[in-house]
Design a protein around this ligand. Structure first.
Ligand code: UDX
Ligand code: UDX
Length: 471
């Protein structure tokens, strides 16, 4: 008989752990789901009565929290207790790129995964199914397994009152921020990797509460781990491909949206992920490709490594190229010019700024002496400050108190600006009243639309010079 899951624990209350567990709790009212995190402030925010203060912004998330929190969904800091009670534990801790030591700059830093595995090993009881949700290097499950069993025969009866056993599964998350609730509720597929059929069945039974059986794919652990890296690498590759073509369009007079439409109508290619922009951001793509490069080099596959490395090169180049176009169009200098930045999140409908192209582009403009006014409808001001300070410091770019100002309104951002640069495709930027804006900007006024979402004809009609990506 397969184990019946009554208590789930998720370690890591971030962009993956929070929404994934909210959806499981909402779809499985008979399972208690406890999300734990070492970051007490984050847990406090998840428990905030005012749903506008949840630590992450995701459309639809607040409704799920309202429905389940305090009933079968709990956010807690007592990690040991939650592990102790759990039949199944999801690992959703962050796995950033290593900054120092072997594999620095490419390999993933597994210290949090390892620390969590040690805690599970110590405080779990009975049979526990450990599910990897974090993106991990291929064969991490092996490491997790060996840590888990290291404490199995511990004599520490207090922390180890019953005999224990573990099964490790890989169940990578394919949610995209901004649409994560829909992605979780209506997944293209659910991937479960593992070799313990009972554990696989237990996890499958949870998903069967809302996912059709034919969408649940079962593989071995390594295929599952590698599939996640590959899916992200392929998506990133499409963006670099279309961005490389956007540059050709700008040189030849072709229009990238026409090219993308024509290419995407070929059903073999498909029309998703063909939107040219300022380059991809987010916590996953860069990190996962770097990891793929590391893995390839590790196995002596240098050509494979350099193939994937190029995807990142094009991404960096696209960001640099955009900064240079702005400088060039504004007569080669930005000193004493005011530039309004519209959008700082790495994509619309999230407050996440990790690897946002806005960070590097803003840093480049600051380096050129521009004064920035930055507006994003959801990103926290402190986060913008932190990102820009870190970016300037790590690239030795000088900045001062006047280098950037954070605004809470589009019109204040445009007021007296020489140029507006759209960096995130927030809906509000697609509907700007260009007539009003043209009155309050300095002339000659410029619009740089890196997302291709503004109405360039109306902007031009109102005497605003327009540059749009891929046109
Ligand atoms: C996820 C995945 O887990 C990661 O592998 C993927 O590649 C990116 O997305 P995400 O949820 O976006 O991470 O990360 P983040 O928002 O940083 O959340 C991770 C949380 O884990 C943080 O709140 C952190 O405090 C917590 N954590 C970390 C623990 O609770 N315990 C630890 O030991 C380490
Ligand atoms: C991605 C994957 O889509 C998801 O499956 C995985 O689990 C985590 O990584 P995420 O990073 O949240 O999700 O968002 P995504 O929609 O993939 O966008 C990533 C970046 O690519 C953003 O900066 C976005 O603006 C950019 N992008 C996306 C484009 O520039 N053009 C496109 O056509 C699509």
């Amino acid at each position: 008989m397969n184990p019946k899951i009554k208590n789930i624990c998720c370690i890591g209350a971030g962009f993956v752990g929070g929404p994934s567990m909210a959806v499981i709790a909402s779809k499985c009212p008979n399972i208690n789901v406890t999300v734990v995190d070492i970051n007490h402030k984050r847990i406090e925010a998840w428990n905030d009565k005012n749903l506008a203060n949840l630590p992450i912004y995701e459309p639809g998330l607040d409704e799920l929290i309202k429905k389940c929190r305090g009933k079968n969904l709990f956010f807690k800091t007592n990690i040991e207790q939650a592990i102790f009670e759990a039949d199944m534990i999801f690992l959703s801790v962050n796995t950033p790129t290593k900054e120092t030591g072997v594999g620095a700059g490419q390999a993933l830093d597994l210290r949090w995964v390892e620390a969590s595995a040690r805690q599970i090993s110590k405080f779990s009881t009975g049979n526990t199914i450990v599910v990897e949700k974090s993106t991990l290097p291929v064969r991490t499950a092996e490491t997790v397994k060996s840590i888990l069993i290291s404490n199995k025969d511990s004599k520490d009866k207090k922390s180890n009152p019953k005999s224990k056993s573990f099964s490790v599964l890989s169940n990578p998350e394919f949610l995209a921020e901004g649409t994560s609730i829909n992605d979780l509720e209506n997944p293209d597929r659910v991937l479960i990797g593992g070799d313990d059929s009972k554990a696989i069945e237990a996890l499958e039974n949870i998903y069967l509460n809302w996912v059709e059986p034919q969408k649940i794919l079962k593989t071995n652990l390594w295929s599952s781990e590698l599939s996640k890296l590959t899916a992200n690498a392929f998506l990133a590759q499409r963006i670099s491909s279309i961005n490389s073509i956007s540059a050709i369009c700008e040189s030849t007079g072709a229009d990238i949206s026409d090219v993308a439409e024509a290419v995407g109508m070929d059903t073999r290619i498909g029309n998703n992920f063909l939107k040219a922009g300022p380059g991809f951001g987010g916590s996953c793509f860069k990190k996962d490709i770097l990891n793929l490069v590391y893995l390839s080099n590790y196995y002596g596959l240098e050509e494979v490594a350099s193939y994937w490395e190029k995807i990142l090169d094009i991404n960096n180049w696209q960001q640099k190229r955009i900064s240079e176009i702005i400088v060039h169009k504004l007569f080669g200098t930005l000193s004493n010019k005011c530039i309004g930045i519209l959008g700082f999140a790495f994509k619309a409908n999230t407050n996440d700024t990790r690897e946002s192209p806005a960070i590097n582009i803003c840093r480049d403009l600051i380096e050129e002496g521009a004064k920035l006014k930055i507006y994003d409808p959801k990103v926290n001001n402190l986060q913008i400050d932190l990102d820009l300070k870190n970016a300037c410091i790590s690239s030795n770019v000088e900045y001062n108190n006047d280098s950037w100002l954070i605004e809470n309104d589009l019109y204040k951002t445009a007021n007296n600006s020489d140029a507006l640069v759209v960096l995130t495709e927030w809906e509000e930027f697609a509907n700007i009243n260009w007539q009003e804006i043209s009155y309050i900007m300095r002339s000659p006024s410029w619009l740089f639309d890196t997302r291709g979402i503004t109405n360039k004809y109306i902007a031009k009609k109102n005497n605003i010079n327009v540059w749009q990506v891929g046109v």
